[in-house]
Structures are given as structure tokens and as C-alpha cells.
Design a protein around this ligand. Structure first.
Ligand SMILES: Nc1nc2c(c(=O)[nH]1)N[C@H]1C(S)=C(S)[C@@H](COP(=O)(O)O)O[C@H]1N2
Ligand SMILES: [Mo]
Length: 257
């Protein structure tokens, strides 16, 4: 069992003391195994770590979710915090399984979004076709498990609207993604349908930069950074679990609230 906290995230000792029984029970149940740290949890939920009762209720929330782990792990209507435009970092921070110099830009002229699995209309989409769909914008916090975060403004097509449009089976369990850089990823259907889950095309009101997933990437307010594949090339709706790049290396699959 990995430690619940990274060294830079160890909360105030008194707060920890207050919550030891709860934390122990979460650890016993392997709840935060390899995944969401308490610091990341508080950032995703917007709970103020200086208020013990806020931490407690956030921990209780995830604890309750663990009880229903075979069902929906997730409140489909609970929104993650959003922030004012003045807080948006531009350009954003980069991360990938390689450094920024190794990014291979995607050619928008030949790029297509392929569809597979439990979807009625599997015709591939071009970039202009996707860009013509109604867009939504959100200003959210991006949290990387490496210990950094930033606030960014993402605009694009809500994944729910896109899935409805192509006749996807919304009762299927998973939505899986392929990318141009071999970084497979998958999410649960409840998160796919969440209002803060976008197929993002723009960052800070301009098309995504090459390092940040141009022309299309997934952006979810309710999940840690590594769950948000960049340079998406295919979407599959499926009942078969397929994990993801970091998940196959031991990171948690759900990784969010
Ligand atoms: N295709 C692809 N998507 C990816 C990654 C990657 O290596 N390849 N890295 C992930 C990780 S660990 C993070 S933190 C975010 C970084 O996104 P950003 O560069 O836009 O901040 O992208 C995620 N999506
Ligand atoms: Mo990350």
C-alpha cells in the first residue's frame, strides 16, 4: 500500500489527528490506492483543507462512493469548482509521457475522429464538422499527480452531446479513447455524460496548441490530469474494460470525484 500522501501534501497534523480513524478505514479498504491523494481530492472538490469539517465531509463522500464501488462511483450531477477568467494560466503547463520537444504535431487536414463499438453512426468526423457543433466553455483546475496544478479555460463539445448525436449506447459501461501518441485511456459512462466533460478544441479562446492536444483532447473537471487524453483519434463505446496507459502501470482508474 502506497502512502496516502505525497511529502508536499501532508496536511496539518491536527487535522490529520482528527481524521485518523476515518483515514485508517479508508486505507484498510485500499480506497486511495495508487490514485487520488487527499490534496488532489480537496482541489477537485473545492473543499478548504484548513477546515477539518470540510475534509471530513469530502472523505465521507468518497468513502460512501467506495461502498457503492460496483455501481455508479460518482454523483453525475455534482459539479467541480470553476474559477474566474483572471486566474487562467496561458500558456498552460505541459505534461506527457515524454518531453515537449518530442511532441509530433497532428495534421488537421488528414486528422479524423474515428468511432467504434456501441455507436449507431460510425462515420468518422473531420475537424470542421466537429468544430461546427455547439460548444461549451469551462474554467477548471488541472491537477497532475506529479504534484502541480493550474487553472485553465477549455472549450469544446460536451461529450454527452456528441455521444447522443452519434447514437451511442449510453447504457454501456465505458468510453475508451485512442490517441496519436499511443496513450490509450478509458472512462466510466457516468463521467462521460457529466456536464463538465468536454471534447476540447480550444484553450483560452484559441485552438489548442500542439503540445496540449491539437486538434482535440478530452477535458474533464472531475478527474486527475492523466485521465485526460490529448491528440484523440478514436472513441469507442464499450462494455469491455480497457484501462489506460498509466492505469496499466499501477495508477488508479477512476482517479477523481
Ligand atoms: N495523449 C496523451 N495524453 C495525455 C498524456 C500523454 O502522455 N499523452 N499525459 C497526461 C498527463 S499525465 C497530464 S498531467 C495531462 C497534461 O495535459 P497538459 O499538457 O494540457 O497540461 O495530459 C494527459 N494526457
Ligand atoms: Mo499528469
Amino acid at each position: 500500500m502506497k502512502s496516502l500522501f505525497r511529502p508536499d501534501q501532508i496536511p496539518d497534523a491536527a487535522i490529520l489527528d482528527n481524521h485518523r480513524p476515518l483515514l485508517r478505514s479508508l486505507e484498510r479498504r485500499n480506497f486511495l490506492r495508487g490514485g487520488l491523494s487527499l490534496g488532489a481530492l480537496s482541489l477537485l472538490t473545492g473543499c478548504d483543507t484548513s477546515r477539518p469539517e470540510a475534509i471530513e465531509s469530502a472523505l465521507r463522500a468518497i468513502s460512501d462512493m467506495n461502498d457503492g464501488v460496483q455501481q455508479l462511483l460518482f454523483n453525475p450531477n455534482k459539479l467541480a469548482p470553476e474559477y474566474p477568467e483572471s486566474m487562467v494560466l496561458n500558456p498552460p503547463k505541459f505534461n506527457a509521457k515524454y518531453d515537449v520537444m518530442s511532441v509530433k504535431p497532428v495534421d488537421p487536414a488528414t486528422w479524423k475522429l474515428e468511432l467504434a463499438g456501441r455507436i449507431e453512426q460510425k462515420k468518422p468526423w473531420t475537424l470542421p464538422e466537429i468544430a461546427a457543433l455547439p460548444k461549451k466553455s469551462m474554467i477548471i483546475r488541472h491537477i497532475c499527480v506529479e504534484g502541480w496544478d493550474y487553472i485553465g479555460q477549455w472549450s469544446g463539445v460536451p461529450l454527452r452531446a456528441f455521444l447522443e448525436r452519434v447514437g451511442a449506447d449510453l447504457s454501456a459501461k465505458y468510453v475508451a479513447f485512442k490517441t496519436a501518441d499511443d496513450y490509450p485511456s478509458s472512462i466510466d459512462m457516468a463521467t462521460a455524460l457529466h456536464p463538465q466533460t468536454l471534447l476540447a478544441l480550444d484553450y483560452a479562446n484559441a485552438p489548442l496548441g500542439d503540445p496540449f492536444g491539437f486538434p482535440l483532447r478530452l477535458r474533464m473537471a472531475t478527474k486527475l490530469g492523466y485521465k485526460n487524453p490529448k491528440w484523440v483519434t478514436a472513441i469507442e463505446v464499450t462494455n469491455t474494460y480497457s484501462g489506460g496507459y498509466w492505469e496499466k502501470r499501477g495508477f488508479s482508474w477512476f482517479a477523481g470525484l
